[in-house]
Design a protein around this ligand. Structure first.
Ligand SMILES: Cc1cc2nc3c(=O)[nH]c(=O)nc-3n(C[C@H](O)[C@H](O)[C@H](O)COP(=O)(O)OP(=O)(O)OC[C@H]3O[C@@H](n4cnc5c(N)ncnc54)[C@H](O)[C@@H]3O)c2cc1C
Length: 526
């Protein structure tokens, strides 16, 4: 497609959701043009040599299980694989290390997981197996809800099917799960503090403390899905999905423009009809403009009053980010020597979030603008699964710090001054490495190079990550389901005719599941 031709659809932003919408529409015969601000596609799915040559780091997302389980992947699997998409499965998915340096972890072999749980509670070992059995029954229903536009006939059908197959008690249990706090849900099912901490750590990935309503779903889903289906990462890096999507898009005749930040969305006869780039170029769209963006980057910026009703703009202005994230990427001589045992080196993710009390404390500190005294860490050991990500015998470590303030008002330990992130990120990174070294003594001496991205750096890297929020909008109940991104507009439409949103800020939210892009494309071209 030449640069001058009118596309059927323009997609602003080549995040994986924008690309999913583009591929799906192109496969249905639409002329598609994707316009991306940065020099490469992928947004929060990116792999770069951030530290030293040959060390490939997943800048943001590393775990691609959501993509591997997505409807988009199922539909385009053959084409994506033809364009090089490959996953590496984890046999040992995730683990949590506790204060006494014991650990619990989920491996794909159920007996292995159950034996670990049995060592802390016989009762919980039985309860875990019962939950897993129940999950096999409920999973199709849950995933069907998560994969339906909100609201939609597909959703109504899915709820009706659940009612018929699970009965009213089963549906009531699902509803209860969707509303519960992690703590209440976990207390209802288990007795062991370590098992509860192992599961609750997943809540913090998506902005849920142990006591936030609606927070039980993710710990439940991640625990059960990892047990039932395992976890995957990308062969050679998470960007395997991006290269493949771009390859399929181009094969289908779609066009991708890089280094092309969009400055405005223009209308013709009350309908979004073209976009203007910062360099002045204009591109027209005959059927639709899709913004793979946080609504706060669109309304009041790319398109403004009078095209945007004041009431809608107010809702967009009130769309809350989740708390911030810091990413620390390490090039290592060897994997960490976990005091909890050498078998920890085989896990894809190691959570350093030893109990529910500290998770609550960290969140309260960060929400109050304080640098947490003892941060929660998600440690990704990509090279344990995929040695191709580093030179022979060497390793990368992906350290995600959850959760942090976007703007620093103080320090819970009162040792780091309240200042801009750019001034204190190295000091805070030292605190993070101290925590790592507590659980893995000697890790400092293995560090060959370190790359630190503060919440501010993450926003600079990808404008969608406002305040370093890795979700592009908190997932709390009032911003999820029918309310994402704002009440009344959960089905990707906006008040501007012909302008649609997709991406992490829209239903079903953050993650690499490509759900919003795929669902929107199917609403536009049935
Ligand atoms: C640190 C971190 C770790 C994460 N880890 C995981 C994980 O392990 N597993 C998982 O499933 N999820 C993870 N996530 C979440 C997941 O990566 C994101 O939710 C998802 O990738 C968002 O995709 P998206 O398609 O919505 O858009 P994005 O990836 O946000 O892409 C949006 C694109 O729009 C572009 N853009 C912005 N403004 C303009 C403009 N004006 N003009 C043109 N282009 C523009 C941006 O440059 C960007 O490329 C993580 C996120 C972060 C930040």
């Amino acid at each position: 497609m030449g640069a001058e031709t009118t596309a059927d659809v323009i997609v602003i932003g080549a995040g994986h959701n924008g690309l999913a919408a583009a591929v799906e529409l192109a496969s249905k015969g639409w002329k598609v043009r994707v316009i991306e601000a940065k020099s490469s596609a992928g947004g929060a799915v990116s792999t770069q040599e951030l530290t030293l040559p040959g060390f490939k780091h997943d800048v943001c997302a590393m775990n691609l299980s959501s993509f591997a389980g997505s409807a988009f992947y199922q539909r385009h699997k053959a084409a994506l694989e033809r364009h090089g998409l490959a996953f590496v499965p984890a046999q040992h998915c995730f683990a949590s290390i506790f204060r006494d340096h014991s650990y619990l972890g989920v491996s794909t072999d159920v007996e292995t997981t159950v034996a670990r749980i049995r060592s802390v509670s016989e009762k919980d070992a039985i309860a875990w197996q019962a939950m897993l059995e129940d999950f096999q029954r409920k999973a199709p229903h849950l995933f069907s809800v998560l994969g339906s536009p909100m609201p939609s006939t597909a959703l109504a059908k899915s709820v009706w099917r659940s009612w018929r197959e699970l009965g009213k008690d089963g549906v009531a249990e699902l509803l209860q799960l969707l509303l519960a706090t992690p703590r209440d849900f976990l207390d209802r099912h288990f007795e062991s503090d370590s098992l509860k901490a192992m599961m609750a750590a997943w809540g913090l990935h998506v902005d849920f403390t142990p006591d936030t309503a609606g927070g039980a779903l993710f710990p439940y889903l991640e625990s059960m899905a990892n047990q039932a289906f395992g976890m995957v990462i990308g062969q050679g890096g998470a960007d395997t999905i991006i290269h493949a999507m771009v390859g399929v898009l181009q094969e289908l005749g779609g066009e991708l423009l890089l280094n092309a930040p969009v400055k405005s969305i223009e209308q013709d006869k009350g309908r979004a009809s073209s976009v203007v780039l910062e360099d002045g170029r204009r591109f027209t769209a005959a059927k639709a403009v899709i913004a793979n963006l946080n609504p706060q980057l669109v309304f009041g910026r790319l398109v403004a009053a009078p095209a945007v009703p004041t009431a809608y703009q107010k809702k967009v202005d009130a769309f809350r980010p989740g708390l911030g994230t810091m990413m620390i990427h390490l090039a290592l001589d060897e994997l960490p020597d976990w005091k909890a045992g050498p078998e920890l080196q085989a896990f894809s993710y190691v959570h350093l979030a030893p109990d529910l009390a500290m998770m609550s404390k960290v969140y309260a500190e960060a929400a109050a603008g304080l640098l947490p005294a003892e941060p929660v860490l998600v440690v990704g050991q990509g090279t344990a699964l995929d040695p191709s990500r580093a030179p022979a015998g060497k390793h990368t470590l992906w350290v995600q710090v959850r959760v942090l303030p976007a703007l620093i008002k103080g320090d819970a330990l009162a040792t780091i001054p309240a200042a801009e992130w750019s001034e204190v990120k190295e000091a805070y990174a030292e605190r993070v490495i101290d925590v790592l070294a507590h659980y893995a003594p000697g890790v400092r001496s293995k560090i060959l190079a370190m790359h630190v991205m503060s919440p501010q750096d993450l926003e600079h890297f990808n404008a969608n990550l406002i305040g370093g929020d890795n979700l592009s909008g908190s997932h709390h109940l009032d911003q999820n389901f029918f309310f994402r991104p704002v009440a009344g507009y959960s089905k990707y439409k906006t008040p501007v005719k012909g302008l649609y949103l997709c991406g992490a800020s829209t239903w079903p939210g953050a993650g690499t599941g490509a759900g919003s892009g795929y669902m929107l494309a199917n609403l536009l071209a049935k």
